[in-house]
Design a protein around this ligand. Structure first.
Ligand SMILES: [Mn+2]
Length: 334
């Protein structure tokens, strides 16, 4: 299999297909896999979705999320489905490392053809035989739609498929705040024509915090935020103690880093948290500033120009110092 038309003919026969989304799956990882599953299933394929770790609860409104398999908690069942599969489709990530142990198991099945659909920069070499990689795309969901169209099946896109695709577009663009371009709005226009309940989705995605999450946000902004005006930067840090005190769970701090960019004059934001074994960083920036470069150079990470992540094995304090060093060294542009 070498091209989308090969994939098209491969799909003429009913297949067992596993779709993969990345660790800490977000709206785009789940929206794109669920959207593609909803397209493939009526064509007669048996489709499973596997992600390494649990889904955030705000996505529970989408039906079918309960069938998403989590490798961390269900390794054996995931391996059985992977062994039986005729095709793997890797979605919204660019390196097998992003799916951890599931990726290691994928590597043990070299005869299963792989397709990549993703919008992250520079996909890992040999990650798949067919690669749909568009870093200029807003989201993998946008690419799922354009891929279905390229395969000549635009008329098969139903509101049931459009809905999860809109979820990933909305979450990856922060409700059309960034990563947008004319092509995206054309795609969104077409999805609206298919039928999308925008108001329902906006509410489900952006007004769905729990009381606890809002209080954690309050704590971060009132007590844990620091502004570095000479570098137009800001940071928020959370200690292990904060995690205990506020009972912070996965997903509870989602999006907090973006609040720093609401401050006039702040163009680069860091959210630095003390995890059980590592110190984790989420980085955001505006315009030409590339946090992707900073993450790659200083924090073993990567992602997108304006949204990246990384980690460090040193503690919170020295990670914060390293972040300051990175700022002193000059704001990376790209
Ligand atoms: Mn994405």
């Amino acid at each position: 299999m070498q091209s989308l038309s090969d994939l098209r003919s491969f799909l003429d026969t009913p297949r067992k297909i596993v779709l993969f989304g990345h660790r800490n799956p977000d709206g785009d990882a789940i929206g794109s896999t669920l959207g593609l599953k909803r397209y493939l299933t009526p064509l007669g394929h048996e489709v499973k979705i596997i992600v390494p770790s649990e889904l955030p609860s705000f996505l529970n409104f989408l039906d079918g999320v309960e069938d998403v398999m989590v490798f961390d908690t269900d390794a054996e069942e995931c391996k059985t489905s992977m062994t039986a599969a005729d095709l793997f489709i890797l979605m919204d990530f660019n390196s097998l490392e992003r799916i951890d142990k599931a990726g290691e198991f994928v590597a043990t099945l070299p005869d299963t053809p792989r397709v990549l659909i993703d919008h992250h920069l520079e996909p890992e070499e040999n990650i798949a035989q067919v690669i749909v990689s568009e870093p200029s795309a807003s989201s993998t969901c946008e690419l799922v739609y354009t891929t279905i169209k390229t395969m000549g099946d635009a008329d098969k896109v139903t509101p049931h498929i459009a809905e999860p695709l809109m979820v990933g577009i909305l979450t990856d663009t922060g409700g059309f705040s960034y990563a947008t371009n004319a092509q995206l709005f054309r795609v969104v226009g077409e999805l609206f024509e298919v039928g999308v309940d925008n108001e329902k989705l906006q509410t489900a995605i952006f007004n769905s915090m729990t009381e606890k999450q809002l209080r954690i946000l309050g704590h971060c902004l009132a007590n844990r935020m620091e502004i570095i005006p000479e570098h137009n930067a800001g940071l928020i840090t959370l200690t292990k103690r904060d995690y205990e005190q506020f009972d912070i769970r996965r997903g509870d701090t989602e999006g907090i880093v973006n609040y720093l960019l609401r401050i006039q004059g702040v163009d680069l934001a860091a959210f630095i948290t003390e995890q059980p074994n590592i110190t984790k960083l989420s980085l955001r920036s505006r315009g030409d500033i590339s946090v992707q470069k900073m993450a790659a150079e200083y924090f073993k990470g990567g992602g997108h120009k304006n949204a990246s992540g990384g980690y460090s094995h040193s503690g919170l304090r020295s990670t914060v110092s390293r972040f300051r060093e990175a700022l002193e060294a000059g704001i990376p542009v790209g």
